[in-house]
Structures are given as C-alpha cells and as structure tokens.
Ligand binder design. Structure first.
Ligand code: AP5
Ligand code: MG
Length: 233
C-alpha cells in the first residue's frame, strides 16, 4: 500500500487516539464517532485484515502474528500507519483505533503529527474488566464488507448472519477463538498499560467506563472528546 504520488497531505486536523483492550469496544465506538465528528477512522487491525484478505506480502507477514495473538512488529506496522496518514482524508483529522499499541509507536506518532503541525488532542481510554473482554470477543460477529461489529447477546443484527448496515455476511474473526483471545490479552495488556501511562503523562488521557451500554459509552466519549478538539488552537 502506498500513498498516491503528489497527494500526500502535509497537514493534519484534530487527532483522537481511542484506547482500550482487545474487545473493549474501540471499533464499535470508532465507527459512530468518526461519522459524528467528521474524522477519518484509521484502524490498524482493519488494515491488516484487508491485507490478509487480499493476500499481499504485508498480509502474509501480519497473519502469523495475529493468529498467535501477538503484536505485528513495529517496522511493518509503523510504515503502514504512516502511509495511511499521508492519504488526503487524514487532512481533516483522524480517529485512531488500535494504534499506538506500545510506547515506541506512540513516540513515532507524535513525531509524524508534529511534522504536519498536529498533535494528539485527546486519548480516551475505554475501561472494561478482563473477564468481560473474554465474553465480548467470544460472542462477536463482524461483517465481511466493512467490519461492522455485532454480538450474539448484546448487539444482535435484525436478521441473523446479515449486517444491518450493508447487508453483507457476518463472520467470526480467526483471532476470536478462545485460545487466541487468551493469548491476545496475556501478550497485549502490559503494553496497553504503558501506552495509557504515556498519554496520562502527556496530559491527554481521559478514562471512560466501557461496562455500560453502547450508546452510553458513545455519549460519555463525546463528552470528553468534543471540548478537547474544539479547543484546538
Ligand atoms: P485489532 O483489530 O485492533 O483488535 P483489538 O485491539 O484486539 O481489538 P478488537 O477489534 O478485538 O476489539 P474492539 O476494542 O475493537 O472491540 P469491538 O468494538 O469489536 O487488532 C487485531 C490484531 O492486529 C492484533 O492482535 C495485532 O496482532 C494486530 N495489530 C493491530 N494493530 C496493531 C498495532 N498498532 N501494532 C501491532 N499489531 C497490531 O467490540 C467487541 C465486542 O463487544 C463486539 O461484539 C461488540 O458488539 C461488543 N461490545 C462493544 N461495546 C459494548 C458494550 N458497551 N457493551 C456490551 N457489548 C459491547
Ligand atoms: Mg476493533
């Protein structure tokens, strides 16, 4: 994946980094918030899944790590993210979902944004206990076309197996198998703690209770995001 020649953007608008453990609800919220706020939804997991589906060299590299519940190496992930940030739609601002996953990625993001005159405006952290994450991921179904997420108990589609939004088939992600979910949580929660501390130290962290229903999480997120991005100088 490469940015179109001559179209790489050199500025960037508002930047929101949505933080949360696997299954906390980042994708669910990012799809709604990006629409409401007019920000491009940039999800590194979605970019990797598209590469796996298309059988690209990036997808072949990423798949082994994803299947083992490990983070894909920074060298690969950062290059992919920087190419995505260079696309024209990022100029209006971005909502990041799944990046950064460690402090090295957070540092590179800060540098890349600074080069475009931007910064992370707010990093909302959707907090959900580990026991709930296992139940959420085990019952999740997502749509083939655009990754809209559903849950067999808490967010059922109107018609079983069919996406309400675009009519595509629903499927379960390979990394939502019970053993892979355990590996993802075991291997990734420590790095998430460090990223949370990083943004707390930078004064942009905002914790939000992720245990309440989806609409309530959305309104709580808007309460912290809107003032932060409106106040941008
Ligand atoms: P990625 O796709 O980013 O997965 P993740 O972070 O593990 O998070 P999920 O997508 O599983 O969960 P989510 O928080 O989006 O929850 P969702 O909204 O779907 O990454 C996948 C893999 O790619 C990684 O493991 C890694 O290998 C690699 N990767 C990606 N980015 C990387 C990076 N930067 N560096 C290195 N490697 C990287 O919700 C989950 C379920 O809960 C759904 O069923 C939903 O309906 C339900 N739900 C949501 N909210 C609620 C609620 N409030 N109440 C009840 N149910 C709810
Ligand atoms: Mg997601």
């Amino acid at each position: 994946m490469t940015a179109a020649p001559g179209r790489a953007n050199s500025t960037i608008g508002r930047v929101v980094v949505l933080l949360g453990a696997p299954g906390a609800g980042k994708g669910t919220q990012a799809q709604v918030l990006s629409q409401k706020l007019g920000l491009a939804h940039v999800a590194t997991g979605d970019l990797f899944r598209a590469a796996v589906r298309d059988g690209t060299p990036l997808g072949v590299t990423a798949k082994g790590f994803m299947d083992r519940g490990e983070l894909v190496p920074d060298s690969v992930t950062i290059e992919m993210l920087l190419e995505r940030l260079a696309k024209p739609d990022a100029e209006a601002g971005i909502l990041l979902d799944g990046f950064p996953r460690n402090t090295a990625q957070a540092g590179v993001l800060d540098e890349a944004l600074a080069a475009k005159g931007g910064r992370v405006d707010i990093a909302p952290f959707i907090e959900v206990p580990e026991a709930d994450l296992v139940a959420r991921l085990g019952g999740r179904w997502i749509c083939r076309a655009q990754g809209h997420p559903y849950h067999e108990l808490t967010k059922k589609p109107a018609q079983p197996g069919v996406c309400d939004v675009d009519g595509s088939e629903l499927y379960q992600r390979d990394d939502d198998k019970p053993e892979t979910v355990k590996a993802r949580l075991r291997q990734q929660l420590g790095a998430l703690d460090q990223v949370v501390s990083y943004y707390r130290d930078h004064g942009v962290l905002a914790g939000v209770d992720g245990r309440v229903d989806i609409d309530k999480v959305t309104s709580d997120l808007l309460e912290v995001i809107v003032p932060a991005i409106q106040s941008k100088g």
